[in-house]
Design a protein around this ligand. Structure first.
Ligand code: GH3
Ligand code: MG
Ligand code: MG
Ligand code: MG
Length: 313
């Protein structure tokens, strides 16, 4: 099995592997049902027959594409689209307007707002299907590109760039909620000697196994592991105290020891081990997200100085 398919990266990186979904928002029930029956031959479909319900379902259902009616009571489709764009969790979802409005300027308005497409009702079934298929394909390619730009090429876990994005995001979120943010900095012990003795191919395999073992230890939805550098990994643990982070560090140390990857040149054991620096801080007491990294890094350095294969908090 390729690593990318079995490595739990980050929930957000896995979305493109699920079946694609379309949300139809139309105030006339029979219209919504008709569109759904056409599109339902391509993918999963859900319908909403009011603007408000449509906005709620866009958040809950996580559609890959939204087919949006323009003329609706309470709130028209343009306003629904504006609200979708203003909500970070729905701003990326492509929207196709589907409307019976005869006014030619509506098409111009919709497309200028950033809609993916505009289809006039009554529509031809084959044309609707073709357009939806094309937009779903585009969405899939976009998702794939996004996942690739977030993933480390060797191990399939998150890369440093994505880690930094998430660190900044979680730092602000924990700051707002006055909750602790924890970090583990891990470094494989005597890895230069491992490469020199076993060769780079085995070195690469070792890093893949270590990445996988760490990922398997993370269970909370917001937790993530990233490859920070060559043989360095970092775990980002929102809303986690020092005790909690320390427990996880011990679990990871045990999981890597349990791999029993031979390393006859290692100083601390006859198998591959890691040193871990643990930090948990309240972001509102710090100035910058990089400070937590510095704290964890300094503790990792002490773990190395202390003889490796150990955890410092
Ligand atoms: P320490 O216990 O102090 O961490 O010693 P170390 O030998 O692990 O640390 P050092 O930083 O001296 O060496 C890291 C080695 O990791 C050197 C480099 O060749 C190897 N390395 C970095 N990235 C990769 C990679 O992608 N694949 C392989 N096979 N080796 C890598
Ligand atoms: Mg309508
Ligand atoms: Mg290193
Ligand atoms: Mg090392």
């Amino acid at each position: 099995m390729p690593y990318a398919s079995w490595l739990p990266i980050h929930p957000q990186l896995l979305s493109a592997t699920q079946a694609q979904k379309v949300l139809v928002i139309d105030d006339v029930e029979i219209n919504a049902a008709l569109i759904a029956s056409v599109v339902g031959t391509l993918c999963d479909v859900q319908t909403a027959t009011s603007s408000q319900k449509g906005l709620e379902m866009a958040l809950q259902y996580h559609p890959d594409l939204i087919l949006l009616d323009v003329l609706m009571p309470e709130m028209d489709g343009f306003e629904v689209f504006r609200r979708l764009q203003n909500e970070p969790r729905t701003a990326h979802i492509p929207v196709i307007f589907l409307t019976g409005i005869s006014d030619a300027s509506a098409e111009e308005v919709g497309l200028n707002m950033g809609a993916a497409d505009f289809i006039a009702k009554p529509f031809r079934t084959a044309v609707l299907l073709a357009r939806v298929r094309n937009h779903l394909q585009l969405a899939q390619q976009r998702n794939l590109l996004e996942r690739l730009s977030h993933a480390d090429g060797l191990t399939g876990i998150a890369n440093r760039r994505y880690f930094n994005t998430m660190l900044t995001r979680e730092f602000s979120r924990m700051q707002r909620h006055n909750q602790p943010l924890a970090l583990l900095m891990l470094d494989v012990d005597d890895f230069k000697a491992f490469n020199d003795h076993y060769g780079h191919v085995h070195g690469d395999e070792c890093l893949q196994q270590v990445a996988h073992a760490i990922a398997q230890c993370l269970h909370r939805p917001g937790d993530m592991v990233a490859r920070y550098g060559g043989e360095e990994f970092v775990c980002l643990l929102p809303d986690t105290t020092l005790d909690g982070a320390l427990k996880l560090a011990h679990d990871i140390q045990a999981a890597i020891a349990a791999l029993r990857l031979p390393h006859v040149q290692a100083q601390a054991a006859a198998f591959v081990t890691v040193s871990i620096g643990v930090a948990s801080e309240l972001p509102h007491q710090l100035g910058h997200s990089q400070q937590i990294l510095s704290i964890a890094d300094a503790r990792l350095y002490r773990a190395k100085r202390g003889g490796r294969n150990r955890i410092v908090s």
